[in-house]
Design a protein around this ligand. Sequence first.
Ligand code: PEP
Ligand code: MG
Length: 909
Amino acid sequence: MSKYVYFFSAQKTEGNKDLKELLGGKGANLAEMASLGLPVPPGFTITTEACTYYMEHNAFPASLKDEALTALKEMERLTGMKFGDADNPLLVSVRSGARTSMPGMMETVLNIGLTPTTLEGLIKKTGNPRFAYDSYRRLIQMYADVVMEKAEGIEPAEGMGVRQQLEKEMEKMKHELNIKADTELTAENLKELISIYKAKVKEVLGREFPEDPMEQLWGGIAAVFKSWNGKRAVSYRRIEGIPDDWGTACNIQTMVFGNMGDTSATGVAFTRNPATGENFFYGEWLPNAQGEDVVAGIRTPNPLNEETKSEHNKNLPSLQKAMPEVYQELLTIRNKLENHYKDMQDIEFTIQEGKLWMLQCRVGKRTGTAALKMAMDMLQERLIDEQQAVLRLNPAQIDELLHPIIDPKSEKKAIEANKILAKGLPAGPGAASGKIVFTAQDAVEMAQKNEKVILVREETNPEDVEGMRAAAGILTSRGGMTSHAALVARGWGKCCIVGASELKVSVEKKELRIQNKVFKEGDIITLNGTRGYIYEGELPMIDASENPLFKDFMTIVDRYRTMGVRTNADTPEDALTARKFGAEGIGLFRTEHMFYGKGSDTPLLHLRRMIMSKSEEERINALNDLFPYVKESIKKTLAAMEGYPVTIRLLDPPLHEFVPKSPEKQKELAKYLNISPEEVKKRGDALHESNPMMGHRGVRLGISYPEISKMQFRAIFEAAAELLKEEKKVFPEIMIPVTCNEKELKHQKVLCQEVYQQVLKKYQLDEIPHLFGTMIEIPRAALRADKMATDAEFFSFGTNDLTQMGFGFSRDDVGAFMQNYLEKKILPADPFQTIDQEGIGELIAIGIERGRKTKPNLKVGICGEHGGEPKSVEFCFQVGMNYVSCSPYRVPVARLAAAQANIRKDLKK
Ligand code: PEP
Ligand code: MG
């Protein structure tokens, strides 16, 4: 029979940190902290299996109740209190906790067990009626919202939720009493408010607020389980790629109170600074408050200690000064936790009448900058080894490190010229500029139109996540470094500033006021999320790849990498950028780039002549004129990649793309070909294909017109020969695209050899080192790989086309329906972004296996877009590729993903 309940306390603990799948992150770490002897209030965790059971059967597993009651008895024994007791009542919190943290996405209910009977006990016991009434009022508010409304699937109109309606009652009372802060409400006021609340709950939800402690407890547990499928949680999971079938655990824990007066407090801390990675104990706390108050961003929290005070909170007392003994105890715990977990921890604590309690610890989310700094520092401190350091950054964080920052020179000038509009807390790294929007929905809509936007809010809440995701940057006027906006942005590595208190945000008017300036929707601002500075207008950006720490880290990464990383580059400039990022060659040089953009007019004209020519002679003349351009372009790129291989692919695009459409261009071409413009149009129309992606492209052109391939072979060999003569080391790899049959390859190889011999003779060389190979991008080629390998010395998987033809999804039209496929969960991810391992991956695995059966040393790589996507890179490593190739900016990401794949393989052994 399954065990559904795991107990934890300083005296007895059943779980540990490795049981995250079963106990969720929170439950597993509470158990771990309890076993380390840290002060954890006793409690128990109900497993994720109970949640999945509940979701399937809409009922709790039969054995759960007994197990939970036994655990509750044990809590009563250890605390000396009794659940539902009139004299000495035990109150509990009920919290969610999935395997990976989903900040604010699921539910929590505090103070469960408070009823008119136990309330009297609490008053007697604490001698603090105000506190007791306030706790009861909070319970009603949370419970009505979470258990009685959300969990029941009630979707009230905007602003009409029971929570807001209760809040309004409180505001009304404060207004009548002419007071501002909640804390000014007296015990008597709160007592009256409770009656008003209960009546309101009945009125809004049509049900009485439950006064049976057990009913409250099971209602809370069910609501936590149901919140796994709440709207916010589902949408967060989609963004983060978290599977829907994990479920959440539920933690029932003895309540401790940070709101029992001035010797009580609550706080959140990080064992190191999560934004910069610096080795300072960093955090925030609020005296006389409950945990939710810190995260909700309603009050600006105090700094934890003197050394981490900021511009923003320097006048507020630190915990170090206000409660020195508790601070020392917390500092000792911080060191213990770092030494134990060997990573930065994010902790939550509560101080009840001078006694410290630990409520949570977990590996803390951090920016890419911080992750890098911590990995390198911890390596030096010998807390971790090199392999662990390499595993500490996720590849997306590398991406973030390469993201733009404001050009320091321009920023210095802007600061000197007093251009800082306002300052806030630096909650998410890098810089962003964009148009101001005031709602999450506007952010999503504008981003869909490719507009860069900055989402400006008073504070964010979990309903805003989609908009936060879509925005280039996030700016809030309230909240601290642990507010919702800060947590979410940091997790995503998104530029974010919070708590910029000079900002006056009005969503109704869609207006932002900073001092006496007014900004409207669409006005542009720039954020420096690393410093917390806000500027008017757009400031110039630069990339941050010169960071010396980054270079040192990447050197270590490369020590553990066995798979090569090349780049897809079509110009010498791209090749140089990629080399700077560590590319070890070019995996795909698309020859056709020279027919687009700047300087393409003349080669394009010759290409058009070639396409539209009617006779071999016309075609050869056009090819002869085109030749010097092709050779020049190849030569420059080979030179830029000196010492490394360069895979040059023969012309591939569908020809109709190059047919002149405007009468003017048709006329120009007519003149060149000495025919009428009508004839040009006619010849162009004749090239029309119904399905150009499967049309006369790639190798098919070279089969129809061998002279087109020959011109390209000659350009490649002559470019290489001339560079060899200049004593440059170059390694061209000639690649034939869109092949599906070994005879196509054989045909091209014969032509290639013929030209090769001619060029050797012309330059009086014995050899031009090179390889002859093929793309594998048609499913048939993958299946017939043993035959393809006879004449190919290398394979490069073109996973863009392989995905297109494997799925039968048109690359150019998939946008119209992919979103539906993802939303309806027909596909787990867009297969054009991350390799579909089950289907397309199988074709790749078969291709490699069969190819190497014929040629054991066959070199294999990938040059589709997937070559820079971390999960796909790991897959390429697992199937034994020699290299991946990706766009220049993704080269460091691929290097890290490849090293991690190799380390993980060793760890699995
Ligand atoms: C591919 O198909 O994966 C590929 C790299 O070629 P292209 O994108 O140019 O078709
Ligand atoms: Mg292709």
